[in-house]
Write a protein that binds this ligand. Sequence first.
Ligand SMILES: Nc1ncnc2c1ncn2[C@@H]1O[C@H](COP(=O)(O)OP(=O)(O)OP(=O)(O)O)[C@@H](O)[C@H]1O
Ligand SMILES: [Mg+2]
Length: 216
Amino acid sequence: MSLTVSVEGIWKSYGGHDVLRGVNYSFNPERIYALMGPNGSGKTTLLRVLSLLETADRGEVIYTDGTTAPLEHNIALRRRITLLLSSTGLFNASVMKNASYGLSIRGIRGDEARERAFGALSLVGLGEMERQNALTLSSGEAQRLAMARAIAHEPEVLFLDEPTASVDIENTQAIEGVILGMKGTRSIILSTHNEAQARRLADVVLYLRDGLIMEG
Ligand SMILES: Nc1ncnc2c1ncn2[C@@H]1O[C@H](COP(=O)(O)OP(=O)(O)OP(=O)(O)O)[C@@H](O)[C@H]1O
Ligand SMILES: [Mg+2]
């Protein structure tokens, strides 16, 4: 069975402000979810909690793959999931080095890493730019590189925080094409402010309102 994630009763507050107020939801495997909601409604917070970068004040994030009881939140589980943040965090090295970063921290190096990273770069249309320094890329190219880096190691659950924020139409189409190309292969949970994009990409559109998830 594929890796699946669900949340039960997630509460998260910052300085007395309740951002998430008991969120319950089971994400089906192999589905694409779009998470919408106004600025400050808690989308990034929820993605950070789901991807185990941040712990909730209360409630559970439950990962299962059908083999045992809920999986421990250990490094082995963390390696099977990825969160792409809208601030991309590329570093001062070649496009190839950046694209293969997620592979190298998972112990995949050498020719295999290069081939897989090159495959991901080709998917986002950056195959020809593997030697360019990542910090010299345009913001649309940088966002596509961040996408390549997020998918090169084929995470089983992929979280994308506003994957096309401040990206032009052509790059948005490229990134959407990559997301649609993964449809049916893993759970993808992405946040967006673009209703039309949510409908183009997602099987299920979710809204965060008053700290709770509603299906749209
Ligand atoms: N580490 C933090 N410390 C204090 N407050 C925080 C922290 N992280 C998030 N918040 C607050 O929590 C609320 C929700 O923020 P979050 O980034 O999750 O919203 P969002 O829905 O992603 O918004 P946007 O659409 O602007 O990206 C905001 O009021 C934000 O200021
Ligand atoms: Mg956000």
